[in-house]
Design a protein around this ligand. Sequence first.
Ligand code: G6P
Ligand code: 1S3
Length: 613
Amino acid sequence: MAERKKARKKKEEPKMLAEIAWEVCNQVGGIYTVIRSKAPVMVDQWGKDYVLVGPKIHPNVSSDFEEHMDDKIPIAQVVREMKEMGWDVSFGTWLVSGRPQTVLLNPASVMPQLGNIKYFYWQDHHIDFNNHDPLVDEVMAFGFMVKEFLFRMARVCLEQDVELLAHFHEWMAGTAIADIRKEQIPIKTVFTTHATLLGRYLAMNDPYFYDHLPFLNWESEANNFNVNTIARLERACAHGANILSTVSEVTAKECIHLLGRSPEAIVPNGLNIERFSVLHEVQNLHHKYKEQINHFVMGHFFQSYTFDLNNVIYFFTSGRFEFKNKGYDLTLEALARLNYKMKKHKINKTVVMFFITKQPFHSINQEVMTSRAVMEEIDHNCEEIMKQVKERLFQDAATNSDHRLPELNKLVDDYWKLRYRRTIQSWKTKRLPSVVTHNLINDADDQILNFLRGANLLNHETDKVKIVYHPDFISSTSPLFGMEYGQFVRGCHMGIFPSYYEPWGYTPVECLARGVSAVTSDLSGFGDYVKTLDIGDEEHGIYMIDRVNQDYHSAAEQLSEKMLAFVKTTGRERIASRNLAEDLSEEFDWKNLIKHYDHAYDLALEKYPIENK
Ligand code: G6P
Ligand code: 1S3
């Protein structure tokens, strides 16, 4: 079918697609995942008629980009032309799955002309740049280079009677749109906004954001938050493009009120969902990575007190630190209630909740590090003792004639017995296990810590809910976990993401894809979308918090009840839900969702009359 589609596209209406994003070869947030995970499907469908365009700014860009020097294809020729102007431009392959053709433009090349670039933008589009913002400078320089690249590509396409489509993601990639419109360059443009700048600010600051949304005045709000220039740039992208799109119906409403245009297309975000050929692999991996998390938990908690690791449920949340927007406030409130309920109902389980996010810190907490090191020492002692017992027992078996098991204690040297005892004694403490793993730069004002202090949720022995706040993202090199984020997710039981402001939200989908249940909210784009699916239910691992029709306190109560119900599930039920969660995740495979992109492109090429919403 892909082949047919390709043939249709190529033969009947030859066209070429350039997709432009600030996060091509430059990971900042969710758009990177969109572009990167989509690449295999795009390359499959468009072949050599697809090119990604991004900024050449990431310090490690050369590690996952391979430049082609002598390619004869038109893109390479255009790039050569730009290089001859003295600009730092590269054409090559982004070394990720799908291996998409990629053009990287270094904004530094045109920085000396920035004054002119901004002046003409002001003159042509009435956007001024009164406040100095280094990001805006880089974006404007990049946008100028994008326009120059697309202008040349449009010329080549015109010569070859090929239609050129350009798809821009976010205002940071879209500043060329207004110029393309003004100069009537023959390119069909699609702009996708993955949030609105004002929406994000307002949601963070206004507890009744969604109620107030229809009545807000974008311009006065932009002035309030001192983001007038960017708000205008975003509006110029939205209004200048042939087609405006966004990632969910939730954000579409925001576009109407804050950008002043109703999106013609919704392009939901997908992933590459890979399923194992054997069903139980997802269970094995859960077991393997849970063991690793158990190891961390022993190191972190067991020096103060112990609990039964066979009766532990691991919850986690992760993402950028947007306390209210990402629903951390609601999660904390629900955890405090859960702690109370579990104590009251004498539930014989322990919940360990991980907050994996990013906050400025000085270093890893010394006590946490030391405890971890001592755990390793105990582990080493056990290994040595085991080795000694095994060797001596083996010798004994071969030489002893009465065939009875010798007293094992006697098989261990005094040295190891003492070392073992000393290490454990030095490790045990009466201190409470720290709720935060790092020394935060702003410990006193940290919103998570302040909530925990206020609620006295401080890892007391009697608490049923324990907290580990890890203010750094997890990777295989992180000293405390030593595992990839994806492995960590697999080892947990449930991801908690009851966002207040979330245009889409990849985190719950990433959970499902790994067979892990997830909480979402109907205010997030993903949550709103999943409601429309027949299998988007708790049986398939997705737990919905109603934030549209409930106030904060009712939503916190609902979340704590759902957490409690999950805590009460049996191992057998969780095994079943792991496989069902994977089934649900297939709905979010790009193979199913790419049709929304095709539709946006068909609209841009004026294949259908555009319906006014
Ligand atoms: C998988 C693992 C088992 C585990 C079971 C329940 O099948 O392979 O080791 O006992 O899941 O796991 P849970 O962590 O949810 O209790
Ligand atoms: C945005 O990233 P964010 O976390 O700032 O774009 C993502 C990709 O479309 C989306 O998943 C997320 O909800 C948005 O908020």
